[in-house]
Design a protein around this ligand. Structure first.
Ligand SMILES: [Zn+2]
Length: 405
């Protein structure tokens, strides 16, 4: 099915990396892909266009069943350029390894989906059903793009979803939820020698956060497959001067939720805590600026099984090629030699928070894409062969999933 030779596959990835879609500006990449699809007779559409941001939808095949492929077009900031050995926005190859911002998270995944669809189409496939590609903006901050995709009903008739976030040859089948919460405490300023004339905004906030740490870290509700809820105060600010009673304090908290202890329960418990401190004279409020629920698909879904079977032949015991989801490289090597792969709970959230919302527990859903744990770090990398392998893998996955449904 090779319509693209290796240099053409590299060109697509190189072009995508060159677009600086850092937390925005995704439309330039989407426009490029619309043109590319157009050259092969596939009509792709931009959706939710606002300024230089948008989503993209493209389909091959027709009718039911429908398999969804999804990825995001934004990347995180390159950070300190001094830490990079090459220009992050110029795809660089060395010893079979590719470097660049987004090469793992997740422009290789996006390129692999796009090329897989073009090659399928050129081969007259799929003979049954449809492959629908949903590319989103803003995944890294706020997941607005996928929220719009879901609101437009584009997931309503999709029978299974593959998220191409970097897992290497591992499969994630569920993910925790995530909440970003900001607490504000108001007080009254006074000279620090006469605190009775003011009200210290830091005191009750500090006590509340300490109590919340205790409550959320010692609870017994955990999910077997996903592990415990995770609760952390991640920023704290307050006061302006060492000899003034602070009239203002703020803190931010990130919570990783599980179905047994979900976002609603966290909100209720936090409201009770805040209420308790406010009864005692504090003026504390909180707001959620991200609120994504857990996705609790079971390990027994059909896509897990199929992807597991199809991935096995690609796993090779070569360090440069390996996924390093396991920090323990020896163990990873042993697993690779045996042809094993990991089936895991995704540690982070993905667009699936919006796209797989309200689907049944055994809804066919996996996260599987070219990459490793170098995402978001300087010198983000990917074994070139893994990129090529995922192009083939996605084609097999699409054809076999659609024929079986
Ligand atoms: Zn990502």
């Amino acid at each position: 099915m090779a319509v693209f030779d290796e240099s053409m596959k590299m060109d697509v990835l190189k072009d995508l990396i060159s677009f600086k879609t850092v937390n925005g500006h995704e439309k330039v990449a989407a426009d490029y892909l619309v043109d590319l699809f157009d050259r092969y007779g596939i009509s792709a559409k931009l959706l939710n266009v606002a300024g230089d941001r948008c989503n993209l939808v493209a389909e091959i095949g027709s009718g039911a069943p429908i398999l969804g492929f999804t990825g995001h077009l934004d990347v995180v900031d390159a950070g300190d350029l001094g830490l990079w050995k090459s220009d992050p926005f110029s795809l660089t190859e060395s010893d079979g390894v590719l470097y660049g911002r987004g090469v793992a998270d997740m422009k290789a995944g996006v390129a692999a989906f796009v090329i897989a669809m073009i090659e399928l189409k050129e081969a007259g496939l799929p003979q049954v059903g449809t492959v629908r590609l949903l590319l989103t903006f803003g995944e890294e901050i706020g997941e607005e793009g996928s929220a719009a995709v879901a609101a437009d009903g584009l997931m309503d008739d999709v029978d299974g979803l593959v998220v191409g976030e970097p897992t290497g040859f591992n499969i994630a089948y569920s993910q925790k939820g995530s909440m970003d919460i900001k607490f504000s405490s108001k007080g009254k300023a006074a000279h620090s020698s006469m605190p009775q004339l003011g009200f210290n905004a830091i005191d009750p906030l500090m006590n509340l956060l300490t109590e919340a740490n205790g409550v959320f870290r010692s609870h017994e509700k955990a999910m077997d497959s996903m592990g415990p809820l995770i609760f952390n105060v991640t920023t704290i600010n307050g006061g302006t001067q060492v000899n003034s009673i602070p009239d203002d304090a703020e803190a931010e908290v990130n919570v990783r939720t599980v179905p047994e202890f979900d976002n609603e329960q966290i909100k209720d418990l936090l409201s009770e805590l805040v209420e308790k401190y406010n009864q005692q004279g504090a003026h504390i409020s909180f707001e959620m600026f991200m609120d994504e629920g857990p996705v609790a698909s079971t390990k027994d879904n059909q896509l897990v099984e199929l992807a597991q079977e199809l991935m096995k032949p690609y796993i090779k015991g070569d360090v440069a090629y390996l996924n390093d989801l396991f920090k323990d490289i020896q163990k990873t090597l042993q697993m690779a030699k045996k042809g094993d792969l990991l089936i895991v709970v995704s540690p982070g959230i993905t667009d699936a928070s919006n796209l797989v919302k309200n689907k049944r527990a055994d809804y066919p859903f996996i996260v599987a894409g070219p990459g490793n744990l170098s995402q978001h770090a300087p010198n983000e990398y990917l074994a070139k062969q893994m990129y090529f392998d995922f192009i083939d893998l996605y084609q097999k996955l699409a054809v076999q999933f659609l024929e079986k449904n």
